[in-house]
Design a protein around this ligand. Structure first.
Ligand code: SAH
Length: 251
C-alpha cells in the first residue's frame, strides 16, 4: 500500500518535472526566436492589424508578409519604425511602400509559382523580396544606380537567389526577357507605358499606380486576355513617387 503510494508520487514528480522541462524548452525556443528575429512579433502584429484587418485574405501573401524581414530593407536609423503603418524614406527621393500597399499590390497581382515577374522601381528591394517567395523569378529595374546596387547586394546577402536587379529606365521595360506573366510598377507614370503593355504575356496581369501628384493616382489593374485584348479596372486611390524619365528619354 505504502509502496504503491510512493510509486504514484514518483510518477507524479516525474510528470511535473517533465512538464517543467517542456515549459523550459518552450521558453528557450521563444527566446531563441526573439534573439534571431527580434522583429517577428512586430511583423505578426503588422499583418494582423494593418493587413488582415483591411481585408487582405490571401494566405500566401499574409505568410510572406509575416516572414520577410522588412527591418532589413529600411535605413538603420528607421529600423524601429520598420513595421509602422506608413511608407518610409530610403534616400534619393524614394520610399519603401506602406506594408498594406505592398500586400494589396501583391494580392492584386495574383502571383503564381511558375510566373516570371517584371518590377519597375526596385527601391529598397522589399517588394521584390515579397514577390520572390511567391513566383519563379523577379526581374526588377531601378533608375537610381546607388539604390540598384544596395538592393542587389542586400537581396543577395539575404539569399534571394531568384531576383535579378538591373539599373536602368523602366519606361523601356526589359525587352530581351519579355513576355512577362506579371508586371508591377512601384513608381507612378502619368499613363501605363506602351512598351510595358507590349511586354505583358497574353493571359498576364499588370498592376500599377497611374496618375500624377496634382491629378491624383489610381491603382490600376490591367489584364491582357488570351486574344491580346486589354481590360482595365481601377482598384483604389494611392500615392507613389512619380516614375521619372532617364537622361536619354525626355518625354
Ligand atoms: N518597390 C520599392 C519602392 C520603390 S519607390 C520598395 O519595395 O522599396 C519607387 C522607386 O522607383 C524609386 O526607387 C525610384 O528611384 C524608382 N524609379 C522612378 N522612376 C523610375 C524609372 N523610370 N525606372 C526605374 N525605376 C524608377
Amino acid at each position: 500500500m505504502q509502496r504503491s503510494a510512493t510509486r504514484g508520487r514518483r510518477r507524479l514528480e516525474l510528470h511535473s518535472s517533465e512538464r517543467q522541462m517542456t515549459v523550459r524548452l518552450m521558453l528557450a525556443t521563444a527566446l531563441l526566436w526573439l534573439a534571431t528575429d527580434p522583429f517577428a512579433a512586430e511583423r505578426d502584429r503588422m499583418v494582423r492589424e494593418q493587413i488582415e484587418a483591411r481585408g487582405i485574405r490571401d494566405a500566401d501573401v499574409l505568410r510572406v508578409m509575416r516572414d520577410t524581414p522588412r527591418h532589413r530593407f529600411v535605413p538603420a536609423l528607421l529600423r524601429a519604425h520598420a513595421c509602422d503603418d506608413a511608407p518610409l524614406p530610403i534616400g534619393h527621393g524614394a520610399t519603401i511602400s506602406q506594408p498594406f500597399v505592398v500586400a494589396l499590390m501583391t494580392e492584386l497581382l495574383e502571383p503564381g509559382r511558375r510566373h516570371t515577374v517584371l518590377e519597375i522601381g526596385t527601391g529598397s528591394g522589399y517588394q521584390a523580396a515579397v514577390l520572390a517567395r511567391l513566383v519563379r523569378h523577379v526581374y526588377t529595374i531601378e533608375i537610381v544606380p546607388e539604390l540598384a546596387r544596395s538592393a542587389a547586394s542586400l537581396l543577395a546577402e539575404l539569399g534571394y537567389g531568384n531576383v535579378t536587379v538591373r539599373q536602368g529606365d523602366g519606361y523601356q521595360g526589359w525587352p530581351g526577357l519579355a513576355p512577362f506573366d506579371r508586371i508591377i510598377l512601384t513608381a507612378a507614370p502619368p499613363e501605363v507605358p506602351q512598351a510595358l503593355l507590349d511586354q505583358l504575356a497574353r493571359g498576364g496581369r499588370l498592376v500599377a499606380p497611374v496618375g500624377s501628384a496634382w491629378r491624383g493616382q489610381d491603382l490600376v489593374v490591367i489584364d491582357k486576355t488570351a486574344s491580346g485584348a486589354i481590360r482595365r479596372r481601377t482598384a483604389s486611390a494611392v500615392q507613389f513617387v512619380p516614375m521619372v524619365h532617364g537622361p536619354d528619354d525626355k518625354p
